[in-house]
Design a protein around this ligand. Structure first.
Ligand SMILES: [Zn+2]
Ligand SMILES: [Zn+2]
Ligand SMILES: [Zn+2]
Length: 157
């Protein structure tokens, strides 16, 4: 994690920003919860546990700055809440999300998988693809499994 913070620090420096203690505290929360998709409020509550002096406005501004520098991506899963998601290092395109309509879980697909689609879009629409957001809505494997369990129990009865 320290190496990653160092690299993000350099990224901030090259855009003439400093990694202030407030920014670093916010960044650490994001890195510690990398698998989660936290809202500004969620990040703030976690930052506050360790640094009670940091306010929501500071956290919010830091998140916006990190978004501008492409360290995090902002994403909305249709519930009207903006969430902040760390971009994988070296990834040129954003990862995909699987949102479960039963339990609300959000899983990530790190592989791009869209090379063919991007090629068609670039060829047929003369559109240069720079990035994309792809969210699948459906039923996750965990919910499938519990459905299957119910089915087997029903049959056994
Ligand atoms: Zn994600
Ligand atoms: Zn792509
Ligand atoms: Zn589910």
């Amino acid at each position: 994690m320290e190496g990653r913070i160092e690299r993000i620090k350099k990224q901030l420096h090259s855009a003439s920003y400093k990694l202030t203690p407030q920014r670093e505290a916010t960044l650490r929360v994001l890195l510690e919860n990398e698998e989660d998709h936290l809202s500004a409020e969620d990040v703030y509550l976690l930052v506050k546990e360790k640094s009670p002096e940091i306010g929501l406005a500071t956290v919010y501004r830091t998140l916006e700055l990190l978004n501008e520098l492409n360290v995090v991506d902002k994403i909305n899963f249709g519930d009207g809440v903006s969430r902040y998601d760390l971009r994988q290092e070296g990834a040129t395109h954003f990862h995909h999300h699987l949102v479960c309509i039963e339990c609300g879980a959000v899983d990530e697909i790190k592989e791009d998988l869209l090379e063919d689609v991007e090629e068609i879009v670039e060829r047929d629409w003369k559109f240069k693809v720079k990035d994309h957001r792809l969210t699948f809505h459906g039923i996750c494997y965990r919910c499938h499994e519990s459905e299957d369990d119910k089915e087997t129990k029903k049959k056994a009865d």
